[in-house]
Design a protein around this ligand. Structure first.
Ligand code: NAD
Ligand code: 6OD
Length: 490
């Protein structure tokens, strides 16, 4: 039992009130298997109440609020997260087991930054305007106005819970929408704490509602099929995206989908060797590989292949799989036993498919409470055919297949030979090549000599099975608002 973790209740938040559900489920800490929260599941009636509250709020003070007042409220929410930084940090770490060193630098600060940045963006972006010549010579002026979509369903995953919830919530609120949010069943806590912060900041009741639960026949499905929900924004698995697409079809809701990936890294022989090894190790193993942008396929130019594999192996073996609060810990557990089973099934499959296991491949033994948790060894393979399932399917664990290449065009062809298209990371000191290869990647986001370096104004999303639409900056405003054109004859 982890003495730092106490069991808390996570209720739903509907119309400005914390509301119990008829059923509850337990949230298990992946560090040691202990129960950290009892979570109140929303049934269909509760989701309906949340949607009705959100609709009413659109017609209430929130819907009438001037842009500057809304922006001020969003800034207060950002401040509220920062004031309760330690509470958010403890809750995120208890739900996910991720190292404090990671959550305190990435998840919680980004939760606050999303509100601040989208408050600025909505204040600064204008809309288009055109002068039209008319036969009478007097002309006409067109200008566009943005209106909220209405009630937006936000369905979030467990890997970066507060970061990915607020990445959608902040622009949706900035555009004047109201929200029915469903955090993952694995990570109910920070979405619930955020409700307290919203309340304290003075966000009117009904603007932000939280319904806990699962996907099918639970809160997720009740949101996507609800006729009162005007749009759905979703981050998660591609198969879930497909189910949601079917669910929204009958009510023709707009969707924004950020889905899975099987991302490639490309390392050229002219790279800055040490920086690339460090950067690639971070990209593969950060958050225990549970980042949709993580490269699970790395193509390395042949002259440095053996040296690079050895250096990456050393990095993997130096990772400290510890308790989250320990300063030295830089890799936590996977999110759940079920997810570990899935990742381990790929560890087995890789061997059956003929992989050479460079390092890892199993479950570590600690001799303490961590043995009841969901830890797994960081793992690297070589020797697989490009057609192997291990090379083709998203695993979402701390693992990657490393393959040599001889020519730039071969690396590009192998990197693009996937049904996914989320992200890529290219490492070279030849900047022309960096531009060329990054632009040749059939993905939504290409990095050169870096990874997961995010400017929130830039377009974010995936091609192929990795998503539909783009968010970030103006792209978020475009999804979370209806743009109406006004034409005035002069
Ligand atoms: P998931 O699809 O299992 O669940 C995501 C959310 O959808 C959860 O809240 C879940 O309860 C809900 N859900 C599940 N079935 C549903 C249904 N039928 N109707 C409505 N809601 C439903 O994903 P996950 O396991 O939480 O997250 C991991 C996946 O997310 C990986 O595939 C990863 O690549 C992807 N991801 C993508 C991005 C991106 O930006 N592209 C970011 C993070 C994670
Ligand atoms: O940084 C972001 O805005 C973002 N959407 C990150 C997604 C990470 C996926 O796991």
């Amino acid at each position: 039992m982890n003495a730092n973790v106490k069991v808390v209740e996570r209720k739903c938040y509907i119309n400005g009130q914390f509301v119990p559900g008829r059923k509850q489920f337990s949230k298990i800490n992946p560090v040691d298997g202990s129960v950290v929260a009892q979570v109140h599941e929303a049934d269909r009636d509760m989701v309906d109440a949340a949607v009705r509250a959100a609709r009413a709020a659109l017609q209430g003070p929130w819907g009438r609020m001037a842009l500057q007042a809304r922006v001020d409220l969003l800034r207060k929410v950002a401040e509220g997260i920062e004031k309760r930084f330690d509470d958010f940090l403890a809750a995120e770490v208890a739900d996910t087991g991720k190292p404090v060193s990671l959550a305190s630098h990435l998840d919680i600060p980004r939760g606050a930054a999303n509100f601040r940045v989208f408050a600025d963006i909505v204040r600064t972006y204008g809309t288009e305007s055109y002068f039209l010549d008319t036969p009478d010579g007097k002309g006409a002026v067109n200008y566009a106005v943005r209106k909220p979509l209405g009630v937006v369903g936000v369905i979030a995953p467990w890997n970066l819970p507060l970061l990915l919830l607020t990445w959608k919530l902040a622009p949706a609120l900035a555009c004047g929408n109201t929200i029915v949010a469903k955090p993952s069943e694995e990570t109910p806590s920070t979405a619930t704490l955020l409700a307290e912060v919203m309340h304290e900041a003075g966000v009117p009741p009904g603007v932000y509602n939280v319904v806990h639960g699962f996907g099918p026949d639970s809160a997720g499905e009740f949101i996507t099929t609800h006729p009162g929900v005007n749009g759905v924004t979703f981050t998660g698995e591609t198969t879930t995206g497909s189910a949601i697409m079917k669910a929204v079809a009958s009510t023709v809701k707009p969707i924004s989908f950020e889905l899975g990936g099987k991302n490639a890294g490309i390392v050229f022989a002219d790279c800055d060797f040490d920086a690339t090894v460090a950067g690639m190790a971070n990209a593969i193993f950060s958050n225990t590989g549970q980042v949709c942008l993580a490269p699970e396929r790395v193509y390395i130019e042949r002259p440095i292949f053996d040296r690079f594999v050895a250096a990456l192996k050393a990095k993997a073996e130096a990772l400290v799989l510890g308790f989250p609060q320990d300063k030295a810990t830089n890799m936590g557990p996977l999110i759940s036993k079920q997810h570990r089973e899935k990742v381990l099934s790929y560890y087995d499959l890789a061997k059956k498919e003929g992989a050479k296991v460079v390092t890892g491949g199993g479950v570590p033994k600690f001799g303490d409470a961590r043995d009841n948790g969901c830890y797994i060894q960081p793992t690297l393979w070589t020797g697989l055919a490009e057609s192997a399932r291990t090379v083709k399917e998203e695993i979402f664990g701390p693992c990657a297949h490393l393959a040599p290449f001889d020519k730039e065009e071969d690396a590009i062809a192998m990197a693009n030979d996937t049904r996914y298209g989320l992200a890529s990371t290219v490492w070279t000191t030849n900047l022309s090549r960096g531009h060329r290869v990054a632009q040749a990647m059939e993905v939504g986001i290409s990095w050169v000599n870096c990874w997961f370096l995010r400017d929130l104004r830039t377009p974010f999303g995936g091609t192929k099975l990795s998503g539909i639409g783009r968010e970030g900056g103006l792209h978020s405003l475009n999804f979370y608002s209806e743009t109406s054109n006004v034409c005035i004859k002069l």
